[in-house]
Design a protein around this ligand. Sequence first.
Ligand code: AKG
Ligand code: FE2
Length: 125
Amino acid sequence: MDFFQLNCTCNYYPPCPQPELGMGNTQHTDVDFVTVLLQDDIGGLQVLHQNHWVDVPPTPGALVVNLGDILKYLSAEHRAISNRDGSRTSVACFFRESHVESSKLYGPITEFLSEDNPPNIVPPQ
Ligand SMILES: O=C(O)CCC(=O)C(=O)O
Ligand SMILES: [Fe+2]
């Protein structure tokens, strides 16, 4: 049986005086089903379109949805380059296939719970 897993990665790109010589996040497709990407207001994400790198303009509050390799032929080659003027942060959430069920159960932090402050959700047992 296959499972879906959500992994989140935080990317930090320090300012770089010569971005063309820096690595950033090199050309790739995401090895997942779909990626949801939150960017800050500094540009750097680029998509390969007809053999040219096209800037994805950062839009405050917008999420970039990127199709991954599980949807063969639809996944987009992309990269992220550093910026000369300032640092950039992005958060990528990857929805991917997994053959093993996660043993991690998420729930409220028990130290913060009490009779007066019960959990709003009950984690699965
Ligand atoms: O930082 C970005 O805008 C892109 C990050 C990315 O492509 C990735 O983490 O797979
Ligand atoms: Fe990516």
